[in-house]
Ligand binder design. Sequence first.
Ligand SMILES: Nc1nc2c(c(CN[C@H]3C=C[C@H](O)[C@@H]3O)cn2[C@@H]2O[C@H](COP(=O)(O)O)[C@@H](O)[C@H]2O)c(=O)[nH]1
Length: 369
Amino acid sequence: MSDDEPDHELLELLRQHMQGKLTLNQEPETGVLEGAEWVYDNSIDVALDMRSCKNAAAAIYAQMKEKQYSPATWSSHELHPDRWELGDEETVAFIFTMDLLNFSFWSEKKEEDRFAVEYGGKRWTGYWSLVAALRRALDEGIPITDPHFWQSEDECTLDVLKNVFRCSTNEQMPLLEERLACLREAGKVLYEKYHCSPIKLIDAADGSAAALVNLLAKDFDCFRDEHPFEGRRKPIRFLKRAQILVADLWACFEGEDYGEFRDIDKITMFADYRIPQILNNMGCLFYSPPLEAAIRAKKDIPQGGSWEMQLRACSIWCVELLRKEIVRQHPDTQINAILMDFFLYDTIKEMEDQGKEVAPHHRTRSIWY
Ligand SMILES: Nc1nc2c(c(CN[C@H]3C=C[C@H](O)[C@@H]3O)cn2[C@@H]2O[C@H](COP(=O)(O)O)[C@@H](O)[C@H]2O)c(=O)[nH]1
């Protein structure tokens, strides 16, 4: 083709693009933010206070800077492995197992009677009791992070899991049967689709955080945290444990190797029962009187109900608005929704440890968070 001849192929591509017909290899999206905004726009029992959000954004930024929050903060927690301690493969297996079971630790018992795990000379409750129990099992030679073990109905039994989660009080780890079902399903899916290896699953996402979240939601029932909401055609996607799994990999590996994701900033806050609590405490999130009364009375808030969906979605949207405000005030910041979430979770836990008076978190018993 001589220089003065038009490149018809390029012109055709351009024409298709101008007509919106050209779909370049578009990066995947999880749809979590879109769903959260939709529910926020249609919420009547949960709302945001924009003045408090503006003040909170400045306070969160200042405290995160002061505490130097970064991906490395994750491994600084005593029970979290850093990537060198267990080696890459076992670290990935540990994080996958942890976030497969990372749900519903709250208890109505008094502090001394609630489920707790003794490990490393300390008493661990809540999320940390899970991490401590997994470490203790590995120390005792129980292959609790091995998908082959999870599949075995002879080896990985409810009694074995009761032993893994044994504790010194008379309260059992909540939803133990459901946790066993998660392990069993994950073992089966990993065997059928990923050569029994979480690393093969990560490789299949080809460096995209959104793709990995979508793969987890597509292939594993127990990660498919999406639910219908009043009149909306598509389910609302929270994908909390799928997202926190990607976030924990990113943080533990500090954005390298099995933690390297080019679109990590697409991960949102993780819709659990702690972040709504601290957002409410900060005045950012507030409730209709009946919902406020139900939460303060520690009433059961049914999973999938309108109240619970509004709580989770509006919390995601609130953190997104806080993040945008922080970026507006500090355009060069590395702070993303993951680090904000980690900070908010750690903060509410510190406030509780210090005995600070905070309103209760909402009570929903579910495998999703
Ligand atoms: N949104 C959000 N939810 C989180 C975490 C974590 C722990 N992440 C660690 C990793 C890095 C951070 O720095 C943390 O040290 C647990 N959870 C959820 O909370 C609940 C447990 O509460 P409690 O029973 O009080 O321990 C339960 O639903 C659990 O899934 C988080 O980070 N964000």
